[in-house]
Design a protein around this ligand. Structure first.
Ligand SMILES: [Fe+2]
Ligand SMILES: [Fe+2]
Ligand SMILES: [Fe+2]
Length: 423
């Protein structure tokens, strides 16, 4: 197993953007569209390759702090009532990963109005020029009505932007937009369903080398973005990571395998980015369609992880957490012989953590009740009985590790809720 990962940031960010925009057809491709428009504006303004790359990364992630579907849809209004929370939260998520620090600053201020130059600063801090470019690109993007042909709308959109030059937007950027707007291919690409191809034709990025520690750090950033979508799941992946790692250690996995397991635990529900928070939080029974949307999360976990580069067994372990030995799991309906020891461990860790957590429809279970459910699942060959019996025999050690990890996550979640005044 390797201690270094080669990660292509652009591939990673574009697949995250795909997942985030799957929460609703209303926001389909929004992030990639903003990235494409910002890139086009940046090229028109003669920005450097590095600046263009940051614009694409920031455009692809700018609304990552809008956690609920309602918040996402609210951002489609041309003038938002409250834009600060999602921009600030996006900044807080992204700044924790060193490779995305510059992008985090851009995201933080992507709704700041220019106000004839006053918008160059907010509370004494400089607003990056790129934030103003993303703001403009974003407002152009939300002005495109997907139900009508884009070329019929181009002139009206340009007029609306022009009217707000100086107040909302940097006048020089609006001039760059004027030039773009005169070209039909700009509009055709911007509205195209294959916008990712248009983006990829125009920008390339190199792979970055991440150490095991940096990879672990990245996995924790993702955990927060996913888990903080709902109070009920706010500590889930942290609990799964700690439980799975403790189980792996007890079952004789090497140090590096244990680190891999911890990372897989942090990443296992990454695909929930594509699931609206409203479904995750629904207090009543899910419809068949809603349940299908939830099941889809393992598919998107795999898709995002595969796009990051070769993560070795991490991808396999993370993706297999809903598989069951008797074939009743998903997404592969794999069986005994197909499921590795790592996959069996993470499945038990996921069920155990879920059982002990509060959910919209029930309170978290205590030791005896949780072990009873796990035993039933082992008896019906859903879960691996040797993993379940290790959990029973080493219950306190494993459970303490889970509780400690979930406490840390809960504290961070509370701080976030307080500081952003979210409810
Ligand atoms: Fe936004
Ligand atoms: Fe947006
Ligand atoms: Fe899951």
């Amino acid at each position: 197993m390797k201690k270094e990962f080669s990660i292509n940031l652009l591939d990673l960010v574009l697949s995250l953007a795909t997942a985030i925009d799957l929460v609703s057809t209303v926001v389909a491709d929004h992030h990639k569209r903003v990235a494409y428009i910002a890139l086009s504006l940046g090229e028109e303004l003669g920005l450097s390759h590095e600046e263009l790359e940051n614009l694409v990364l920031a455009g692809s992630l700018h609304d990552i702090g809008a956690l609920s579907l309602k918040e996402r849809i609210d951002t489609l209004e041309f003038e938002l009532a409250n834009s600060k929370n999602h921009a600030e939260l996006g900044y807080r998520f992204l700044r924790q990963f060193p490779l995305l620090e510059g992008v985090a600053d851009i995201v933080r201020y992507h709704h700041v109005y220019w106000e004839d130059g006053k918008g160059a600063k907010v509370d004494g801090s400089d607003v990056p020029a790129a934030s103003h470019l993303i703001h403009l690109a974003d407002r152009i993007s939300v002005s495109i009505d997907p139900r009508r042909h884009v070329l019929i709308q181009a002139q009206d959109i340009y007029q609306k932007i022009r009217e707000n030059a100086g107040r909302m937007f940097v006048p020089e950027y609006v001039e760059a937009f004027e030039k773009l707007s005169a070209r039909e291919y700009f509009w055709m690409d911007a509205a195209s369903p294959s916008i990712e191809l248009a983006l990829r034709r125009r920008i390339k990025s190199d792979a970055a080398k991440l150490s095991l520690e940096e990879m672990s750090n990245l996995s924790q950033v993702f955990t927060r973005i996913v888990d903080f979508k709902s109070t009920f799941t706010s500590t889930h992946s942290s609990g799964v990571a700690a439980t799975a790692e403790a189980l792996a250690r007890i079952m004789g996995f090497s140090d590096i395998e244990c680190s891999y397991m911890n990372i897989a635990g942090h990443l296992h529900d990454l695909g929930k980015l594509a699931v609206p928070a409203e479904i995750l939080e629904k207090p009543s029974a899910l419809s068949e369609e809603e349940f299908s949307v939830i099941r889809g999360h393992t598919f998107y976990t795999r898709q995002v992880l595969e796009s990051m580069g070769d993560l070795g067994v991490i991808t396999e372990w993370a993706t297999a957490h809903h598989e069951r030995l008797n074939g009743s799991g998903y997404p592969g309906h794999e069986k005994h012989e197909d499921l590795s020891a790592g996959a069996r461990i993470i499945s038990v860790a996921d069920v155990f953590t879920a059982l002990t957590e509060n959910r919209p429809y029930r309170k978290g279970m205590g030791k005896d009740e949780a072990l009873e459910v796990l035993q039933e699942m082992a008896d019906t060959s859903a879960l691996d009985s040797s993993v379940v019996s290790q959990l029973r025999q080493n219950f306190d050690e494993i459970n303490d590790a889970r509780i400690a990890a979930q406490k840390v996550a809960a504290k961070e979640y509370d701080e976030m809720v307080k500081s952003l005044n979210l409810s």
